[in-house]
Design a protein around this ligand. Sequence first.
Ligand code: PBG
Length: 330
Amino acid sequence: MSATYPALRLRRTRSAAWSRRLHGETVLTPADLIWPLFIAEGEGIEEPIASLPGVSRWSVDGIVARAKEARDAGIPCIALFPNTPHALRSADGAEALNPDNLMCRAIRALKDSVPEVGVLTDVALDPYTSHGHDGLVDDTGYVMNDATADVLIGQALNQAEAGADIIAPSDMMDGRVGLIREALEESGHVNVQIMAYAAKYASGFYGPFRDAVGSRGLLKGDKRTYQMDPANAEEALREVALDLAEGADSVMVKPGLPYLDIILRVKNAFEVPVFAYQVSGEYAMLEASVAAGAGERDALVLETLMAFKRAGCSGVLTYHALHAARLLGA
Ligand code: PBG
């Protein structure tokens, strides 16, 4: 029989700071963070994003400067998203395949000047298409799976050639992880990782991101024929199983906080590295509550990030990464 009150007082181990530290079950460090950054065309450019207060798009020189800040704060990896100039967007998203596109120029600049920071790149066509979808659209408006996957292979190889360390397909097409893995192996990029956006939901929390990459105004319809229904959890496990079978090195659940149950289930079922994306709308919600005086930023940021670690995450993509890393100390 285990002890009961008063022999057992759970407040006993909480009674002093040293003891709380000693009994902490979960650790959050800057090494758990991936910092998403938005790239703008030009030089010396900073473009604040109204719906993401405190987050800006930076031209490539600014991205390099941010990567140095990340390194100095102990953040191991950054994630890149381009705001492709609208004149370069097309129905087929061909700019995604251009070896000199904004994304590739940023990757090369980063690998030239801050090679010790990992670079994660998003594979999906939405920053490049004139209709804002992640793939190729047929006459009825349906996003075609296999035709899109063929383009995504080219996009992934283009990013790998430029020096990307982790390829992160966020498009939710069936079969693309296996196809990309095969192409990476055949082209000699055997150590380029794949972090699959495995369980990505058709979420209302992506709005500010779409402002940041300039696709919100362009998007026709919604993404429910490829992203997951928020009602579903079993299906998330099937998505993860499939991506792992196809060769994903790690999997992601997205959005983050509203889907902690999915993170826990994935971790328990597969025992593989799981990452969460605390998405733009979550960031905006937290910042709005700080602005309204409802909460205190530092505490909210650290508590939410700790929640991901507690649920089983290896790491978290978060727009608060630099702030959090500095709070935590390198
Ligand atoms: C693009 C992509 C999206 C996000 C990451 N990659 C948006 C979408 O699927 O519409 C969202 C990230 C965020 O909201 O912070 N495929």
